[in-house]
Design a protein around this ligand. Structure first.
Ligand SMILES: Cc1ncc(COP(=O)(O)O)c(C=O)c1O
Length: 400
């Protein structure tokens, strides 16, 4: 069963260095991404029939399975940060930085670089993709039990994909150690004290999704559901959309796996002290299986997101099936485990009698306009088929 927690947003202003998520900055980030081979805007799908079925005014889903042909949004962050790192080293002005400029400078300069990261799959694939476009070396560490398909996809881009016997958070520590010892550049999608600049650039990179949404949406959503691993993506999108619609009463709802609920646990602490989730996380939502929140992301989320939800795998599976089997003429969206988590929760929320109180607290219903991001496609096709074709993780329907 999903859980729900309301934590009123902190009202203190954002620290100045985090005040970089707004529409003008998002436009600049998107200009950078436009210069990369394979950039196209991903579609913002309007699921009219599903909205009607669930008793909502509008249900929009941004489909990130079509991002750069990489099946997930993640490349947006790593690629932008790698541009900023190189721009800084080559003395380029960040406000005007374009991908073409960075590649040109690399050709004329003599430097070559090794980028390293740890990943559940999607982030590493994006870093490997960008390193290949920049003709730089790339090492990607993966946690134990990573799906083989995710490893193959990274290696196919020319990166050194190394499957470790570690949990995700320990693989991150190993990547950081290797970077320190060997002079590699760590491109990690989470921050900790002393490692903040690159994760902040990664978060800024995610704003391209926000910019694309802003260009397409006529009105702000009333309810923005965002899935979180370390919380960087959710924080960037929530901050940028809130800045774009300062007068809107948009509610931001964070969705995590019940096995990896570091933000929900943190939200429950009276003083917002970061909470770790120790040990192995047995959830198929691999992209969200993070035990330690990004420190920068939490500083933003505590001010922008008042609702924290945890879901079991069965709810993500429900989302995968609903998006993969559309009603009447709604478009089909191939959405993987992490990608479908938010849609799965919205479906559960609107249909489950047990969640009537939560619906009331969120004031969600006939007048509501929901926005979700399907952050990945079928990045683990074997599991996608097991869930969508063969009914793995059935959602427990209540028997009367
Ligand atoms: C598909 C997918 N969705 C969502 C996320 C969550 O992003 P974050 O870790 O920034 O919260 C990830 C993270 O890897 C992911 O791979």
């Amino acid at each position: 069963m999903s859980t729900f927690f309301h934590r009123p947003c902190d009202t203190a202003p954002l620290p100045g260095e985090l005040d970089v998520f707004h529409p003008a900055a998002a436009e600049q980030v998107r200009r950078y991404h436009r210069g990369m081979a394979g950039y196209t805007e991903t579609p913002l799908r309007d699921l009219h029939s599903l909205a009607g079925d669930l008793g909502l005014r509008r249900f929009q889903v941004k489909d990130e399975s079509l991002r750069f042909g990489l099946n997930a949004f993640k490349v947006l962050g790593g690629s932008y940060a790698m541009g900023r790192i190189l721009a800084e080293r080559m003395g380029l002005a960040p406000e005007e930085m374009t991908f073409e400029q960075v590649t040109e400078q690399l050709k004329t300069g003599s430097g070559s670089y090794t980028f390293i990261t740890a990943t559940d799959g999607n982030h590493g694939r994006g870093v490997a993709y960008t390193a290949a476009q920049l003709h730089q070396r790339c090492i990607v560490l993966l946690p134990a039990h990573t799906a083989e398909e995710r490893v193959r996809n990274i290696a196919a881009l020319g990166a050194e994909a190394v499957v470790t016997d570690l949990l995700y958070d320990d693989a991150v520590r190993l990547a950081a150690k290797m970077a320190r010892e060997k002079g590699y550049i760590l491109v990690q999608d989470t921050a900790w004290p002393g490692y903040e600049q690159i994760p902040l650039w990664i978060m800024q990179g995610y704003m391209t999704m926000a910019d694309e949404c802003l260009q397409r949406m006529q009105t702000p959503p009333t309810h923005l559901f965002l899935q979180a691993g370390v919380g960087s993506m959710a924080a960037a999108v929530a901050a940028c959309l809130s800045a774009a619609y300062p007068q809107s009463p948009m509610k931001v709802i964070i969705v995590e796996p019940d096995q990896a609920d570091c933000l929900a646990r943190t939200a429950r602490t009276p003083d917002g002290q970061l909470c770790r989730v120790p040990g192995d996380m047995n959830s198929m939502m691999a992209g969200l299986c993070c035990g330690e929140a990004c420190t920068l992301a939490w500083e933003i989320l505590r001010r922008k997101a008042a609702y924290y939800v945890t879901i079991p795998d069965a709810v993500a599976a429900l989302g995968m099936r609903v998006l993969g089997n559309p009603l009447s003429d709604d478009p089909r969206i191939i959405s993987g485990e992490s990608g479908a988590s938010t849609t799965g929760f919205v479906v559960e929320l609107m249909r489950s009698p047990e969640l009537a109180d939560v619906r009331a607290e969120l004031e969600i219903g006939r007048d509501s306009s929901v926005l979700c991001i399907s952050t990945e496609g079928d990045t683990d096709r074997e599991n996608y088929r097991a869930v969508v074709w063969n009914g793995r993780c059935p959602y427990p329907e209540k028997k009367d």
